[in-house]
Design a protein. Sequence first.
Length: 373
Amino acid sequence: ETKITRATLHGGKRDDPTASYLRKSYKRPEHVDVFKVMCYDTTSWMKENFEPQVKKFNETHEHVVLKVEYTQDRLDINTASYAVGYDAVCLFVNDTASAEVIQTLSMGGVGLIAMRCAGFDRVDLIAAKTFGLSVTRVPAYSPYAVAEHAIALLMCVNRKIHAANTRVKMSNFTLDSGLLGIDVHGKNVGVLGTGKIGQILCRIVSGFGVNLLAYDVFDSDEVKSLGGKYVSKEEIFKTCDIIFLMMPLLPATQHTINYEMLPLLKKGVIIINTSRGGLIETTALLDGIKSGIISGAGIDVYENEGEYFFQDWSARNIGDPTLVALLGNNKVVMTAHQAFFTREAIEKIVSTTIENFGEYSEGLRGNELTNHV
Ligand code: NAD
C-alpha cells in the first residue's frame, strides 16, 4: 500500500509545515471518489465562506474529495447544461429547478440538488422524485436572524427610521409631517405561520407587551405558553394592528395578502413579510397603502425578485413597474432578501450544505426532502 498525504490527493503544498494535512499521513483508501458540485448564483460572500469549509471537509474525509465549481449565473433551462458531468448542484433562493431543468440535470448525471437555504418553493419535488434526484436543504440555520430582521423592519416602518435618518443627515431636525409612529405595546399582533422563525418572532414581540394572535395549520405550545391565541386568518386580518407573514410559499399560502382580503384589514395595519414574496399580491399591497388601509409595509422579499435581487442594478433601468412602485413608496421599507444574512447563519448554511454533500456521497439519505413527497 502506498502511503500518501492529503497534499498528494489535492495537489496542496507539501512544504508548508503548518498545514494540517502534513500532521498525519493517510493510507490511500481503496477508492477515493471525487464528488463534483456546480454551485449556481454564487456571490463573493458565499464563495469566501464555502472555500475554507470545503478545504476542511477534504482534510477530514478519506474516501471522498469534494470539488466545488462556482458560477454567478442562476440555474434555469439555459444554464442547466453547466452541470453536465457533476454529481450535485448547489442552489440558492432564486435558482429555478423546474421539471424541465430537473430532467436536463438528470440527463447530465446530476443526482443531488442541495439547496443552501430553507425554502424549496422553486424546486419541483415531484419531478425530482420522478427523475431520481435527491433534494436537501438547510432547514434551520438561524431562525433568530430572520425573526430579528422582521422586528427591525417593523421598527423602521413604524418609527420612520429610514425617513428620519435621511432628514437628520440633511440637518432638518423637525418632527413635522410623516414621522409619527404608534406604541407597539398594547397592540394586536398577528403572526401567520408559527414554525421555527414564527415562534422566535412571537417570543421577541411578546416582550413589547402585545396581544398575540396566531394562525397556523398546527398549534405551537411555545406560542400558547407566551399567551398567544390561535384564531382564524380572517380574525387576524380584522383585528390586528401589525401582521407578520412567516409561512412558507405554497399553493395554499400564495397571495395570502390579496385584493379580496384588503377590505377585511384593520385600518392602519402594518404588514411585515420576511418569508417569500409570493405571499403578497404586490399590486394589492400598493393599493392598500394608497387607500390608507395599510399604513406601511416592511418587506425583505418580493414576488418577482428573481431577476433583480443579489445583483447591482444601480446603473440599469428596472423594467418591472411594480418593483419601481415599491422602491418609490416611502411607506414601504424594503431589503433585498437579507433577513438571513448574519455571520452565524452563513456559517451554519455552509456547514450544513457541506454535511449534506458528505452524507449523500456516503449514501446516507435520511434527510432528503424527496422522501416526503
Ligand atoms: P417552518 O417550516 O419551521 O415553519 C413554517 C410554518 O408555516 C409551520 O409551522 C407550518 O405549519 C406553517 N404553515 C405551512 N402551511 C401553512 C398554511 N397553509 N397556513 C398556515 N401556516 C402554514 O419554516 P421557518 O424556518 O419558520 O421559515 C418560514 C419561511 O421563512 C420559509 O419557508 C422561508 O420561505 C422563509 N425564510 C426567509 C428567509 C429570508 O432570508 N428572508 C430566511 C429563511 C427562511
